[in-house]
Ligand binder design. Structure first.
Ligand SMILES: NC(=O)c1ccc[n+]([C@@H]2O[C@H](COP(=O)([O-])OP(=O)(O)OC[C@H]3O[C@@H](n4cnc5c(N)ncnc54)[C@H](O)[C@@H]3O)[C@@H](O)[C@H]2O)c1
Ligand SMILES: [Zn+2]
Length: 674
């Protein structure tokens, strides 16, 4: 079979994608799709034994952009060999072992040491090459073709962690790393940006290859360094020595670098890295295995494109592209009308994706998706959450318009826009809202009405005109018997369960009401703090914001919820029908002579042996006043793990702090005599 035409076709297609990816930093296909085509080309080249001259399998990177001064690297920069699965990784290792054995057979007097491996994360950003002469940063460049890159010194200088001066002053060195944009920084940037960035990799690459360093600075980039590519004054015996050199010279080195003697242990560790991937604040697309011994590296050498002593293990892709087919609008429990995208089914991270979130109407406009129906879009799925549409592949308005509804798709009521969201305010006439509200009210964590389901809510709505949760408490046996599939037993069970729910505590009742933006932990805290439903209903935003874990949005949501006459009427009705919403039991007598008595205390960060609520109530029992924000009035800040701005502020104000959970627990139990 003549594979030539197919090879030519693949090469043309891949080179076009390379241009968009490497030169423009605006890919038009996902890495997953690119890799699949690339692998096809590699297979055809192996099968036929022919490699055409402009094949991307023989070249590193892309063209140099006009406007940047070219920089000739002192030693070439390489791409990485890739393994997509454990078998490919094993065969990479088998090849390395064979090359080592061949060498040892030929050189019995100077054998290579047994193979040792370094395992690192594979950061997904832009390769950086920094040149230092006599300790001074004199150039920074992109990888470019691997031989010549683009000089981007001014841009790289905006990365705060890049050292401008290093202790090593003995000649010239070149150091390689990856310029990245942290995901938290990207999220923050996108909150404010008129045009959100689709992906952290392109955001970093596009910023570093922007002729205006001010643009680079705005993106607040970071970098990890992992290689010394060239030195004329120092040699390293192995990877460990090289990494120590980087650390001693103030380069930011990723904390995750692990060394192994056994290849099987490397394989095992990879699964662990992949499982922890979504907790990282930066993108990785795999892990890199490197043979540690430098002499072995020299012996194994390089192909035209990559070193034989290293391999990238690619993780399951998190992004791909697909076609946006339709947008449907759903009405939720609070009346919020949210868009859900229907996409052409596509495999991603082990599942077939058909639905994606679009968040809200405002998001559709910001992401330039208003005219995207029928167009190709990038989607991303991380963790196990429903995938998200990141943006359109091309910038042109080449699709059909997504029409925003002006009337509720369920009940026809005119919609109102609040912030970026559309709402249907027809609380008592909009079926999906009613059903969702009542189902939530009855759910396990709320009023826990046994045997109640969405189906029950629908039946009660359709058959008995139940329109709000309060109506549940007026239901009669005879009425229920009229419903389909309701027998005596079922009707009695439901009535009993409803009756029992009247005794539920205040925290569960608050949660059952479904206050927007307010979860279970918050309603429990509100119940513990106020101990009285009416006090909560009358609390002001200023009061609420003082409480632990209550921010501005939550405080406003609570106040607005209870200000609504609909809510007030429903609560009055339920109370008059026997719902108790009982306050939690009074705490033990408050101590006045403990270490904590009379002190205003702030809890921040994560505690491991207590929840923050538990800690707060134990502190209150010892006479402390627990508040949410640090001010001059604060006496003590107790900081768990990952405490951030509150701890910093406390230190700034010279407030006492306890920064060890053990010490805190010791004080607590000492005072309580436990
Ligand atoms: N979507 C597209 O259109 C498109 C086009 C071209 C390439 N790509 C993607 O890029 C990949 C090919 O890229 P490549 O060959 O330029 O290189 P690569 O990114 O696969 O591997 C080499 C690079 O890895 C980086 N790296 C990150 N962490 C590292 C570490 N710890 N140690 C060493 N290097 C590390 C370095 O910058 C190095 O240059 C493809 O697999 C594809 O996924 C996508
Ligand atoms: Zn409606």
């Amino acid at each position: 079979m003549d594979s030539m035409p197919k090879m030519e076709e693949l090469i043309a297609e891949l080179n076009r994608y390379n241009y968009h990816y490497y030169t423009l930093d605006e890919p038009v296909v996902s890495d997953k799709e690119y890799d699949a085509l690339y692998d096809q080309l590699v297979a055809l080249e192996q099968e036929s034994g022919v490699v055409l001259p402009d094949s991307p399998t023989q070249r590193v990177g892309g063209e140099i952009l006009k406007g940047f001064t070219p920089h000739r690297h002192l030693a070439p920069l390489w791409s990485l060999d890739k393994a997509q699965n454990p078998e490919q990784l094993r065969s990479w290792n088998a090849r390395a072992v064979k090359l080592m054995n061949d060498y040892n057979t030929k050189n019995p007097d100077t054998p290579l040491p047994p193979l040792g491996y370094a395992l690192e994360l594979k950061f997904d950003g832009l390769t950086l090459n920094l040149t230092y002469t006599d300790g001074k940063l004199v150039q920074a460049s992109t990888r470019g073709s691997g031989i010549v890159g683009e000089g981007i010194l001014a841009q790289v200088k905006t990365i705060k962690s890049v050292p401008l001066q290093i202790p090593f002053t003995n000649g010239t060195i070149e150091v390689q790393g990856e310029g990245i944009m942290n995901l938290s920084v990207l999220a923050k940037y996108n909150e404010m940006a008129a045009e959100p960035l689709k992906n952290a990799r392109n955001a970093a690459a596009g910023a570093l290859r922007n002729l205006n360093p001010k643009v680079t600075a705005e993106r607040k980039l970071s970098a990890f360094f992992y290689n010394v590519g060239y030195t004329d004054g120092i040699r390293f015996a192995n990877h460990q020595e090289m990494m120590n050199f980087l650390r001693e010279n103030y380069f930011k080195v990723n904390p995750y670098v692990t060394y192994f003697d056994e290849f099987d242990d490397v394989m095992e560790q990879l699964a662990e890295i992949e499982a922890g991937r979504s907790k990282l604040d930066y993108l990785i697309d795999g892990a890199v295995v490197k043979i540690t011994d430098m002499r072995t590296r020299e012996v194994l050498g390089y192909t035209d494109k990559f070193p034989r002593w290293s391999v990238a293990y690619k993780f399951e892709a998190e992004e791909t592209t697909t076609v946006l087919k339709a947008v449907i609008w759903n009405v939720g429990r609070t009346g919020k009308v949210t868009p859900l995208a229907k996409v052409e089914p596509v495999e991603l991270a082990g599942v077939t994706v058909q639905n994606c979130t679009l968040n809200n109407a405002g998001d559709i406009e910001r992401k330039n998706l208003k005219f995207a129906l029928g167009s190709r879009v990038f989607i991303r799925r991380s963790n196990d959450v429903i995938p998200e549409i990141l943006g359109k592949v091309t910038e042109e308005k080449d699709g059909e318009e997504i029409i925003f509804p002006d009337h509720c798709p369920a009940c026809g009521f005119p919609l109102v826009q609040r912030g970026a969201h559309l709402f249907c305010d027809n609380k008592l006439g909009c079926k999906p809202q009613i059903v969702a509200r009542i189902s939530h009210f009855a759910s396990r964590d709320a009023m826990d009405i046994e045997t109640f389901s969405d189906k029950t809510a629908i039946q009660l709505h359709d058959g008995l005109e139940v329109r709000e949760s309060a109506d549940l408490y007026t239901l009669k046996f005879d009425q229920l018997m009229k419903l389909e599939r309701f027998g005596e037993k079922k009707a009695n069970n439901l009535l009993e369960a409803i009756e029992k729910s009247k005794e539920k505590d205040l925290a569960s009742f608050l949660y059952a009401l479904g206050i927007p933006n307010t979860g279970k932990a918050t309603t429990r805290m509100l119940a513990d703090h106020f101990r009285d439903l009416h006090k909560i209903m009358d609390a002001t935003a200023e009061e609420l914001i003082e409480l632990p874990d209550v921010g501005g949005i939550v405080a406003e949501s609570i106040v607005a919820f209870f200000a609504d006459p609909f809510t007030r009427a429903a609560i009055d009705k339920m109370l008059s029908l026997g719902v108790q919403a009982k306050a939690p039991a009074e705490p033990a007598i408050v101590k006045t002579d403990s270490f904590f008595s009379g002190k205003t205390v702030v809890l921040t960060g994560t505690l491991h042996q207590l929840t923050r609520d538990e800690a707060a109530s134990r502190l209150q029992a010892l006479g402390a006043n627990v508040t949410g924000s640090v001010s001059k009035k604060t006496d003590l800040v107790i900081a768990g793990e990952k405490a951030g701005s509150k701890l910093a502020k406390a230190k700034q104000l010279g407030i006492d702090t306890i920064e060890s959970e053990d010490e805190f627990l010791k004080l607590l139990s000492g005072e309580q005599g436990v």
